[in-house]
Design a protein around this ligand. Structure first.
Ligand SMILES: [Fe+2]
Length: 229
């Protein structure tokens, strides 16, 4: 399937889930930054970024009433939500996707190192590395982004979020991944990602990138050396 058609499907999920399009592009850019910091080969960085874009595709198969339900989910609704990684995997396979990086990330992005995750309760390194990377990124973005009850995070609270990731290192997240990601956030200024793709722009109006190359160009721009006057 053509990239722009896949991106259109992702947009459908964002609108259905009331999730902002900004979330998709932020997690994709965090993935790029983390993969590059881990010296992943450039073509493989792109593959990981594709997986990040597509991570929640399976939510297409969940009724909007459940995705948008304001209160607590009942048991059967929660069981259905826990199937979204499997739904996404199956949908991608049926569309002809055969990249294991993408399929593994989509299928296992809610697994936890201690086996408490879903859908398969995998433990440790049975969880593919691409999914281990993404789950830390997804958690970081969830904790640093806008929620109706609190503003988008500022610099000082970012430190608290990193502490939370470290507290769950070894239970939810792979320790070596948390370590790499925390030092990346501390050492490199990734704030532009949150500023550029902020949650105050509705999914329906955000000018979404049309391709990974466009996102890459944006990242390159923000990494340019800043000249002192
Ligand atoms: Fe998900």
């Amino acid at each position: 399937m053509e990239q722009h058609e896949l991106f259109r499907l992702v947009r459908l999920v964002e609108v259905k889930d009331y999730c902002t399009a900004a979330h998709t592009w932020r997690v994709t850019l965090y993935m790029q930054a983390l993969a590059e910091a881990m010296d992943v080969d450039p073509p493989d960085v792109k593959r990981l970024m594709r997986g990040a874009v597509l991570h929640d595709l399976g939510k297409i198969d969940i009724p909007a009433a459940i995705l948008r339900k304001p209160g607590r989910l009942n048991d059967s609704e929660w069981e259905l939500i826990k199937q979204h990684p499997t739904f996404g995997y199956n949908r991608l396979v049926s569309l002809g996707e055969d990249d294991p990086f993408v399929l593994n990330l989509v299928q296992s992005h809610h697994e936890n190192i201690d086996g408490s995750g879903y859908p398969n309760g995998l433990t440790g390194n049975d969880i593919p590395l691409e999914a281990q990377l993404f789950s830390v990124i997804d958690a970081f973005d969830a904790m640093t982004s806008f929620r109706p009850y609190r503003p988008q995070m500022n610099q000082s609270s970012e430190g608290d979020v990193l502490e939370e990731l470290l507290a769950d290192s070894g239970t939810r997240y792979a320790p070596q991944v948390v370590e790499r990601f925390v030092s990346l956030v501390r050492d490199r200024n990734l704030n532009w990602i949150r500023k550029h793709f902020n949650d105050h722009v509705a999914a329906s109006t955000l000018i979404a990138p049309e391709s990974l190359d466009e996102l890459d160009a944006l990242a390159t721009y923000h990494r340019r050396p800043v000249k002192a006057d």
